[in-house]
Design a protein around this ligand. Sequence first.
Ligand code: ADP
Ligand code: MG
Length: 679
Amino acid sequence: MGLTDPASTLPGVGPKRAEALASLDIHTVGDVLFYFPFRYDDLQVKSLDEAADQEKITIKGIVVADPVVSRFGPRKNRLNVRVQVDRAVVMVTFFNQPWLKDKFTQGMEAAIYGKWDAKRHSMTGMKVLATQTEDAPSMAAIYPANKNIRQSTLAELAKAAFAKEQGHIPDIIPQVIREKLRLHSDEQLIQGMHWPKTPAEAKAARRTAIFREFFLFECQIQSLREDSQLAANGLAIPFDNQQVRGLIKTLPFALTTAQKRVVNEICADMRSPKHMNRLLQGDVGSGKTIVAAIALYAAVTARFQAALMVPTEVLAEQHFAKLTKLFADFPVKLALLTGTTKGKQRKATLEGLASGDIDIVIGTHALIQKAVDYANLGLAIIDEQHRFGVKQRQILQDKGLKPDLLAMTATPIPRTLAITTYGEMDVSTIDELPAGRQPITTTWVRHNQMREALQRMQQELNAHHQIFAITPLIAESEKIDLQNAEQLYADMQKVFGKAAKVALLHGQMKADEKDAIMRAFSDGEIDLLVSTTVVEVGVDVPNATVMLIMDADRFGLAQLHQLRGRVGRGKSAAYCILVADPKNDMGVERMQTMVTTTDGFKLAEKDLELRGSGDIFGDKQSGLPEFRVADPVADFATLSAAQQVAASLFKTDPSLSAPEFAPLRAYLARQQQLVGTLD
Ligand code: ADP
Ligand code: MG
């Protein structure tokens, strides 16, 4: 007996059903108990006057005529039952469930759950309920099921599991915390979630369920953090302060206060023997690259190798060129390694990395291939980390000496949410742009005001500046994306094609085609680049002064901000033109927010407020963890509370040694084992 027993110890669970359960990630008896319904049908009888049209309600009344089954098409039939409710007669229709006929006889009392049609005064029946028993449940739990397993099976299993374990369910949330926050015990929670008697009971249980889910997640993060800080194999990188200062002195500008602060944070981590696992976030253009360069150099002064991994070849080349220039007068050996590094050169680079001859390597995914060995990699930096998965972060980190890791991102995440998303990482933030930046003027025009936009574009082309013109990605249809982009390309060609070189870049091109076009744009051979959103993050084309974004209301604010950050990098004033006819108030508000706000972090917060986390992160790769009951955005206050509670718990008792934490400790140990068994 126990929650960790396999689910197959429950009655009726053979190998086949166990497999079906596993497909829902249910493996143990405890998993069954904590596999909660996502909603409930309210089976409480409702009077017809109160019921709204199309509302799902339960009615109770007397069956006034024997039920009738009729066919209406091949394999389609309906069962009609007339039920007198108060003084009205309601026609209830069940589709394709002829066997229910036996449940009704004239004169009996019946309770039926279904969808109410107020206009016709009729109901589409969904369930026939028992009317006899006093304590028949009035809330029916609906579980997230799949094709392998039925709702009703999940409901039965929950009952069986509870019957078996009731009275022996340990409380994972320590009592002090439960009492302080007035949360349910795990046993109360299970009862309240699976078998609530009223909506209020379900709601109360849900409150605990949400907290519990966040709390366990945050405890996992806390314990990961403990582990990585205790890890004996962290590297101490005793860099040479004097030399690092020497590099900073050669820069053509002074570091901003924020840059200095994060450089100090990073250097302190490197010097200490603890393993560095740090996220550096900073708005587009805030100057992360130079911070990275300083850290890379610091590692080299301590005679370690350092690597910088970026998501695309173009970006790798750009960084390589920049760093080569930066280190021109320093005894640093640099190399570039990407998918297109071939033949002799590749061989030489691999040898140089293995022998320790190369100090700093800049590259793409190529850096983490099996064939790449490092002599003494001490620091690994990942630029635009949101473009890489956690897995790649892991592989890079496992190369050689378990290097210190710095991940950089320009996807602004509100500080609070960052704590939860990247909880296991320390976060450094550059919250200030270098002085003297050219402001980017953002305007919003409707489609029928394009002429204004075209005038601005003409002006900039006349001044020999370059332009990005972006069409949105519509995930459902690559074909339509391409059509949109091709249409815009044709239009731009028509308007500007005589004097300017216009090119098209889209997602269906091969990687090397894309790179070639990006390179040509970056080299100034293309004046106007029409593109779907594949425009590479981080690309620096200082001569580009206009970012035209079509159907801008289709983008998330964060993405718009990223795109906008592609311009305004040179000496001339820059423009971001949003073309959109938003369909609702929210769309209008989003466009106005873009026009008035240039601070990426403020925008991210606004995005959060307006639409929820999905839009900040755009896609699943974001690394935002998925929760079952809780929603990190909707339930953000609870998430925050759980984070604080977990942090202070670990502060007082880092190893959770007190007896009252034993169930929590056991839970965390089990989770860690599970992670260990993944691939
Ligand atoms: P991002 O953070 O988006 O990666 P970059 O590192 O590409 O930004 O920096 C953008 C531009 O700002 C670069 O041209 C860089 O040389 C310049 N820059 C960086 N730091 C400073 C500074 N402290 N003062 C002036 N310019 C700076
Ligand atoms: Mg960058």
